[in-house]
Write a protein that binds this ligand. Structure first.
Ligand SMILES: *Cc1c(COP(=O)(O)O)cnc(C)c1O
Length: 366
């Protein structure tokens, strides 16, 4: 049996006509840059996330960069983030010339371990970026509490967690600002790159809106040096259609996760732990297995796609050598890199394929 890690066509085919009609409307109107399609999407996104504002931008990476620019992060500042995350989280900090200060993760959730923060905050710290990895919201209460105590802003990297809830509150809604990605593999995927910034802060939202068009409100008059971070109207139109199905897709992933949980229980496979109070959207279903690379190969030989998010923690990346970190500095992150394996979990994945993956995984770990 062939099981793909992700099958985007399975999502596209049933929506083909609806999406094509939405794209035709944009093309017929030639309303290509910002305008009504972007405004409509931003409104529904803000309502969905439970924030006052949503600002559509060019990617999740640019959402992070634009947010840090809006906070005025500059050389000499320090920003704390986990070392076990996608590169963009830390890349945004480095691009502004600020110093990345890494923290380790909690082994159970793969999210930032707030107990690292007290020791890492200095008078130079300006922001903390917790990441909602794999679709589970980070310990926002703990992060927000320590940030408030030190007057530091929290930018939540919710790129993998749109719609996820913690104590009933959606990702992005409890931070100062939250960043989303609509990269095609995320639960809400565009037809290319797109992202958004969500916030309750009026001033910050306004600054982000200016920064996404080179810091210009009144055309050709520039208040700030920003970037070209606009979301494409075509992407907004696609996303507006897809938004309607997002909750159903989350449920599909959660249903598949529950099947894996049941079938893999009591084995050598460590299944994802979702903290009490958390409602995960399972952007990824990530297990830990012994001898991971061999297991991955065994699955591949049985026609099953899987992936390693992430093979090398950020503090050990070549481009961050200058920060002076080394092996052993963040043991939980380093261990995770050796053990994690993401299994197929997309909403349309048939139950029989989920069962096949579980069966072959159990056989592979022995
Ligand atoms: C996907 C992702 C991003 C970046 O999003 P892009 O839209 O691909 O630029 C940032 N952070 C995390 C944790 C991500 O998974």
């Amino acid at each position: 049996m062939n099981v793909k890690l992700l099958d985007l066509q399975a999502q596209y085919v049933p929506l083909r006509e609806e999406i094509r009609r939405a794209l035709d409307e944009v093309m017929d109107q030639q309303a290509l840059v910002l305008g009504p399609h972007v405004e409509k999407f931003e409104k529904s996104l803000a309502a969905y996330c439970g924030t006052k504002h949503a600002i559509g931008v060019s990617s999740g990476s640019d959402a992070l960069l634009c947010s840090l620019m809006a906070l005025g992060i500059k050389p000499g500042d320090e920003v704390i983030c986990p070392t076990f995350t996608f590169f963009a989280t830390a890349g945004a900090i480095a691009r502004l010339g600020a110093r990345i200060v890494f923290a380790d993760i909690e082994p159970a959730t793969f999210n930032i371990d707030p107990s690292w923060l007290a020791a890492k905050i200095t008078p130079l710290t300006r922001a903390i970026i917790p990441v909602d990895l794999f679709g589970q919201v980070a310990n926002m209460e703990a992060v927000n509490a320590i940030a408030a105590k030190h007057d530091v802003k929290v930018i939540e990297d919710a790129a993998q967690a749109i719609g996820a809830k913690r104590h009933g509150k959606r990702a992005c809604s409890t931070a100062f600002a939250g960043c989303l990605s609509f990269y095609p593999t995320k639960n809400l995927g565009a037809f290319g790159d797109a992202g958004a910034i969500c916030t309750n802060d009026d001033g910050f939202a306004e600054t982000c809106r200016l920064l996404r068009v080179h810091g210009s409100g009144h055309q050709y008059y520039h208040k700030f040096v920003g970037g070209m971070f606009r979301i494409a109207a075509m992407q907004a139109a696609v996303l507006s259609v897809k938004m309607k199905y997002l909750e159903t897709w989350h449920e599909g992933r959660r249903r598949n996760a529950a099947i894996y949980d049941r079938l893999l229980a009591g084995s050598k496979v460590v299944t994802p732990r979702i903290e009490t109070g958390n409602w995960s959207i399972y952007n990824q279903y990530v297990v830990r297995v012994p001898d991971r690379d061999r297991v991955k190969k065994a699955l591949q030989d049985k026609g099953i796609g899987s992936a390693v998010y992430y093979p090398l923690p950020l503090h050990m990346q070549e481009c961050f050598k200058y920060l002076g970190y080394g092996a052993g500095d963040f043991p939980q992150s380093e261990r995770a890199c050796n053990e994690v394996l993401a299994l197929p979990i997309y909403p349309e994945l048939p139950e029989e394929q989920v069962r096949y993956v579980a069966q072959e995984l159990l056989a592979a770990v022995g």
